[in-house]
Design a protein around this ligand. Structure first.
Ligand SMILES: Nc1ncnc2c1ncn2[C@@H]1O[C@H](COP(=O)(O)OP(=O)(O)OP(=O)(O)O)[C@@H](O)[C@H]1O
Length: 692
């Protein structure tokens, strides 16, 4: 043990907490107590407190195998368990490490649901070998159902497959009737009510016939499971404590599951910030957190955390002022004891090019002063907003990673390999099968359908596949595929050997299909490295579908781990993180709020919270950039090629005192005329045309 560790062993971790944090951590004295809601503002140590509570429970003798911890991502869960383990070791010594390893029920709602469903599948008539479809696979299956029903070909345009899936998903997650969902969220599709209903029935049948569950099913089936009193009692009885982070982003199904797990709230702790609720578009229900205290009798204990440890008082004052304009929510006035810093800067620049230039110069200047690139982040509302910046960063040789853009697993070659594994795992998975079989030259949709029909009814898929006849020109490669299927299916190759075998089989197809096979092959090797961290094929396929790695290697060429790089992130993906310096791109109406989300006051409020999340990621310095002019793509040569934008409505004039307002003249803009005050016009419809 190092001296540092030995020293720390003497101090009680509880003493490093403020009184409110401590009250939340020791609620119930380490035993099973009534329900607890920790309402915590941004940067007040929400995660910090939950980690301490976890460690405190373990230290107080709770059985870690009987603790269920649910977080927003698998990484967040792993990080919390690691930190709790470290804390427990501080006071209990190395035995705590062994104990904390027992915290195996830690992950996302979806992952925990998948695990329980596999266990309880036989009890609810589900095939335990089910595979899980990601959103894209689900959309493909929806397309097949749409085709089967013949709704797509008529004279009026039927909603696209992704819209159909969004409607379906919304109805399922919000537990709302279809007509209500159509009326509130998809009014332009309301005329298709009857067709959509039939479509969803067909989609559900197709999923069941293929033994696949989509993301929504993981919650829906889990919720269904919990409606059976006997099973609910059995599952609830497996846990003494249930801890939930980011409660503001749960939906009705999730809160229903929690209430069924802990009907009187005993042992239940939820933590969240209603001001950071940013997932309503996925049916997250901010009312879950607002109504939590009264869902129980006696009422839940509420602890409010208001001391912010992250940001300077100036940044916090501006963020408080922005969220203070919202109408509903728990009142929290965050305070910071950190030394004063500069006010956040509201930088008006001429156009997007100037915006990009300002960021590059700021970032490099800060690095000169010793601030690492990875301590700096650029945040934006929508993934494609960073396009011009990415181009310039590459040109200036400034390394960066981007979160929230194209996912590693969405790359075609990675999907091909995963689909192969999924078909091996579940030969009834038609979407995966359709993709894989058509990789083989000479096999088209018709043959693929025949093969999949054969597999669907087969008692022995290996035999069935060997007996299939395919067109002569496909035969040689078909035999290779059959050999692979028979080799990998029994699971004797070991893991990740099975994935390696699939990759080797796939390589000739990769070469044939893609000019840039080399970097794609590197991605597949990377996938193998990731796979090695999972116990077996089932675990891997489940977890990777539920919590995909977001490496964007094919987009931006991520720097090596030990290198320094700037962080580019959508605001959604920046959730829970912090940086010393933050730039927020496009602080204009149409971008923040997004002009796709300004229909209702609920939508506007969600956009305001999103802006609040962005602002509160900054520790020392914050810049919101307001470009005044945007280039309009795809116009005729003679058209007006720019639109003028106005400052985001979330910083009205009365809040300007919280900002240092700067008009940044930039070299490239010298030719640009200075805009007189009031010369900007808000042309929302033209903005829409720009992003359309
Ligand atoms: N009692 C404390 N003493 C010192 N530092 C603290 C304390 N509590 C939290 N912090 C620090 O404050 C920062 C914010 O904590 P944390 O990320 O847990 O906040 P959060 O409430 O989860 O934030 P957000 O919801 O905005 O993502 C972290 O750097 C954390 O280490």
């Amino acid at each position: 043990m190092t001296t540092a560790t030995a020293l720390r062993t003497d101090s009680d971790p509880l003493e490093r907490l403020n009184p409110a944090q401590r009250a939340a951590v020791v609620h119930g004295g380490g035993g099973v107590a009534g329900p607890l809601l920790v309402i915590a503002g941004a940067g007040t140590g929400k995660t910090h407190t939950l980690v301490h509570r976890l460690a405190h429970l373990v230290r107080s003798g709770a059985d870690p195998r009987r603790i269920l911890l649910m977080t927003f991502s698998r990484r967040a869960a792993a990080e919390m368990v690691r930190r709790a383990e470290r804390l427990a070791v501080e006071t209990m010594g190395p035995t705590a490490e062994v104990l904390a390893r027992g915290l195996t029920w830690a992950g996302t709602f979806h992952a925990m649901g998948a695990r329980l469903l596999r266990e309880y599948a036989p009890a609810i008539g589900l095939d335990p070998g089910f595979t899980i479809h990601d959103r894209e696979d689900s959309a493909d299956l929806m397309a097949l159902a749409r085709h089967r029903l013949g709704v797509a070909g008529g004279p009026r345009r039927f909603p696209a497959k992704s819209t159909c899936l969004a409607i379906y998903s919304r109805a399922v997650n919000a537990r709302a009737p279809l007509d209500e969902v159509l009326r509130d969220a998809f009014p332009w599709c309301a005329e298709w009510h009857g067709e959509l209903k039939s479509l969803f029935a067909t989609y559900v049948e197709a999923k069941q016939a293929s033994a696949v569950l989509d993301y929504d099913d993981l919650l829906l089936y889990w919720h269904g499971l919990m409606q059976e009193a006997g099973l609910a009692a059995e599952i609830g009885g497996r846990f003494d404590h249930v801890l939930v982070d980011e409660y503001q982003d749960t939906n009705r199904l999730q809160s229903g599951i929690l209430l069924a797990l802990r009907p009187n709230g005993d042992g239940l702790t939820v933590v969240g910030d209603d001001a950071q609720s940013i997932y309503a578009f996925r049916a997250a229900e901010v009312r879950n957190i607002l109504d939590f205290p009264d869902a129980f009798s006696p009422r839940a204990t509420v602890v409010t955390l208001e001391q912010n440890y992250r940001s300077t008082p100036e940044i916090l004052a501006a963020a408080n002022a922005v969220i203070g304009e919202a109408t509903e929510g728990f009142r929290k006035e965050l305070r910071s004891d950190r030394p004063a810093g500069p006010r956040p800067r509201l930088a008006t620049v001429w156009d997007e090019a100037c915006q990009v230039d300002l960021i590059c110069r700021d970032v490099l200047a800060a690095r000169e002063e010793g601030l690492a690139l990875r301590e700096q982040a650029v945040l934006f509302r929508t993934a494609h907003h960073s396009g011009p910046l990415e181009v310039e960063l590459v040109r200036r040789n400034i390394p960066f990673v981007k979160f929230g853009g194209l996912k590693f697993l969405d790359a075609a070659h990675v999907k091909d390999v995963l689909a192969t594994l999924r078909l091996v795992q579940n030969p009834r998975d038609r979407v995966s099968g359709f993709r894989v079989l058509q990789l083989i030259p000479g096999i088209g949709a018709a043959t693929a359908t025949t093969v999949l029909d054969t597999l669907a009814d087969a008692a022995d898929p290996d035999e069935a596949l060997s007996a299939v006849r395919v067109p002569a020109r496909a035969n040689a490669q078909w035999q290779e595929f059959v050999a692979l299927f028979r080799q990998v299916r029994p699971g004797k190759l070991g893991w990740p050997g099975e994935l390696e075998a699939v990759r080797q089989w796939y390589e000739p197809h990769l070469e044939r299909r893609h000019d840039d096979a080399a970097p794609r092959r590197a991605d597949l090797l990377q996938l193998e490295a990731i796979a090695a961290g999972f116990g077996d094929r089932t675990r891997f396929l489940t977890e990777i579908t539920l919590d995909p790695p977001s490496a964007t290697s094919d987009e931006s060429g991520p720097p090596h781990r030990d290198e320094d790089y700037l962080i580019l992130s959508t605001i959604h993906s920046a959730k829970g993180q912090e940086w010393r310096r933050v730039h927020v791109l496009n602080g204009v109406d149409g971008c923040i709020p997004s002009d796709l989300a300004t229909g209702t006051s609920a939508e506007i409020n969600e956009e305001r919270r999103l802006f609040y999340v962005a602002m509160t990621r900054a520790r020392d310095e914050l810049t919101v950039i307001v470009p005044q002019r945007f280039y309009v793509h795809g116009q005729s040569k003679r058209g007006d090629r720019h639109v003028y934008a106005s400052r985001t409505r979330f910083i009205p004039d009365r809040l300007l005192g919280h900002f240092e307002v700067a008009r940044i003249p930039v070299a490239t803009a010298t030719a640009a005329p200075a805009l007189a005050t009031g010369a900007t016009v808000d042309l929302a419809s033209r903005m829409r045309a720009m992003w359309g």
